[in-house]
Design a protein around this ligand. Sequence first.
Ligand code: PEP
Length: 255
Amino acid sequence: MDKERKLIIAGNWKMNKTVAEALDLVNGLKLELGKVKDVDIVVCPPFTALGEVSKAILSARNLALGAQNMSEHKPGAYTGEIAAQMLKEFSVRYVILGHSERRIYQLESDELISKKAQAAHAAALKPIVCVGETLTEREAGQMEKVLETQVRGSLAALTKDQMVETVVAYEPVWAIGTGKTATAQQAQDAHAFIRAQLAKIFDEAVARKVRIQYGGSVKPANARELMSLPDVDGALVGGAALEVRSFADIVKNSI
Ligand code: PEP
């Protein structure tokens, strides 16, 4: 597939996998995906498995490590939080920010996500910033308004250079973990809309460079069609990232 932007496929393991299970998964992925080129593959285990998974992928040049969240603060008195600097210790390169589960359960706001994105860049981590509308919002015709607010609120404070190094994940909330995937047209329209917002906030050149992932029930069977869309530059995968076979097939079917 010939695209201006390099595909990035990330697996969000969420609150799953003991250290032993995480190692099984990542070692399986190393075997399956060791020879795959021209796509950035990112695994995002829970914090507790970052250290061991980091060691396991030292010899895998095409696998990068991501975290699922981080604090907006520098190290200090913030019980239960993890700072960007601590992630760097494990050679983490990406961090998912503003996942809809955190927006819903931890009430994370665009303002907070913006602070986290700035803190990530200050530590040379690449944020994967999630945006997406709920079913109620889509049915009320508010998708564009929601995306515009989230994109502006969580990304506008970045510099142009930081924005280019940021990944945006369009994840319609109604498609996450539900088995319902956006149609190709719905995904392309939303991605094109997000890119147009980035052009408004930054400029056309920045918008052309930013990678926008689709997330929401991506499976081996729908990966090829989704990844072939002009404004879809990768996938953020939840459920199907928990098994070697399904995640490896998503990657292979995408290229
Ligand atoms: C996610 O939670 O980011 C996600 C896309 O989940 P799933 O693939 O299971 O829908």
